[in-house]
Design a binder for this molecule. Structure first.
Ligand SMILES: NC(=O)c1ccc[n+]([C@@H]2O[C@H](COP(=O)([O-])OP(=O)(O)OC[C@H]3O[C@@H](n4cnc5c(N)ncnc54)[C@H](OP(=O)(O)O)[C@@H]3O)[C@@H](O)[C@H]2O)c1
Length: 325
């Protein structure tokens, strides 16, 4: 006699809900790697959970979840995000919800720091200008600027910003950094507040955006702040699209205030076909690839968080919903 599916599950294991709106194949890949790292847990996709399992789940592992599905898990104690950036999750899970734990993965920070260094070199070594010259068959060396003469300003000195600062310092760049609260990082000229930001914008040859999207940072780089940037400087946005006002950015590029802009993130992704950003000669468009999540390292961090919670009942560091990150 065959038993219903739920009876076949190892009932000694606790159920963890996997709630996503990612492609089914991608969800299956996450389910498989998470199950490998958490052999004592029963990880089930939201859609395959019974009503009882939905009642019982204390933990949800999420990636762009449908808020209605999260709400259908009434006894959640906490939510583990598979992503480092939780802007969308915080925005969508309004009200008094369970605490959210974001992915804090040193491997992701390393990958982001590598991307910041790679595109900083791209700008410092004038690769966009040489590309334009090649199209016109122009043979013209441009003056070389050693890293020690190039100031890189970082907006955001969190997990990713601090890792980027370290990598840039190691490569010999002058590094400035801006954060919400004052910070001290050896070898980095740090600041906070509006006056700190103004000074950093005026001094940076390359500005790198790594702040989370919150009500305070939405539209942070608007016409006023872009016009406060050093003339001919460049911008890299690896944070979230709405931190930069697109129309103001295009105006700053057209006015020559900015020499080149590298964008990895956009208000709408994929970037719509009719966006004027695609065609701009001084823009480099990347398809949100600066720091992809590594399944294996992410799963092992998620597993460590869950195992620690099962042992001690203590939650990992949670997102401050009021602050937005
Ligand atoms: N493109 C990609 O592939 C990708 C991948 C992962 C993440 N991201 C983006 O990167 C962002 C940063 O990640 P993270 O892990 O470094 O975040 P984090 O550790 O939370 O650090 C955020 C930093 O931004 C600062 N900040 C926040 N609000 C601010 C404000 N209003 N004014 C000034 N500074 C402010 C914080 O200041 P305090 O230190 O004072 O708190 C902190 O230094 C994520 O939120 C996400 O948007 C992008």
């Amino acid at each position: 006699m065959s038993l219903p599916a739920e009876n076949n599950r190892l009932w000694t294991k606790k159920t963890i809900a996997l709630v996503t709106r990612i492609e089914p194949a991608a969800e299956l890949a996450w389910k498989s790697v998470l199950s490998e790292h958490l052999p004592d847990e029963c990880i089930l996709s939201f859609h395959e959970m019974t009503a009882i399992e939905r009642q019982e789940a204390e933990i949800a592992i999420v990636a762009n979840p449908d808020p209605a599905h999260v709400a259908a898990l009434p006894n959640l104690v906490w939510i583990q995000s598979l992503w480092a950036g939780v802007e969308r999750l915080v925005g969508e899970l309004t009200g008094e919800g369970p605490p959210i734990v974001r992915l804090m993965d040193p491997e992701l920070a390393r990958t982001m720091a590598e991307a910041v260094l790679a595109w900083t070199y791209y700008l410092q070594r004038d690769m966009p200008a040489y590309r334009h010259q090649q199209i016109k068959r122009v043979w013209q060396p441009l003056p070389y600027r050693p890293p020690g003469q190039v100031t890189v300003g970082l907006l955001g000195l969190g997990l990713l910003g601090a890792a980027a600062a370290d990598r840039l310092k190691g490569a010999g760049f002058k590094v400035k950094g801006w954060s919400r609260t004052p910070k001290q990082i050896e070898g980095v000229d740090t600041c906070s507040g509006e006056s700190g930001l103004e000074g950093l914008l005026a001094a940076s040859d390359i500005l790198v955006c790594l702040v989370p999207l919150t009500p305070e940072t939405q539209g942070l780089l608007n016409a006023r702040r872009l016009s406060a940037m050093k003339c001919g400087s460049a911008l890299i946005n690896f944070a979230r699209g709405p931190v930069v006002v697109t129309a103001d950015l295009l105006a700053a590029l057209d006015a020559g205030r900015l020499s080149h802009v590298v964008l990895d993130v956009f208000e709408r992704e994929p970037l719509p076909m009719d966006s004027p950003l695609w065609e701009h000669p001084n823009l480099t468009i990347l398809p949100h690839i600066s720091a992809p999540t590594d399944h294996a390292t992410a799963a092992s961090i998620v597993a460590a968080n869950i195992q620690a919670y099962r042992r001690s009942g203590c939650l990992p560091l949670t997102v401050d919903r009021g602050r937005g990150y």
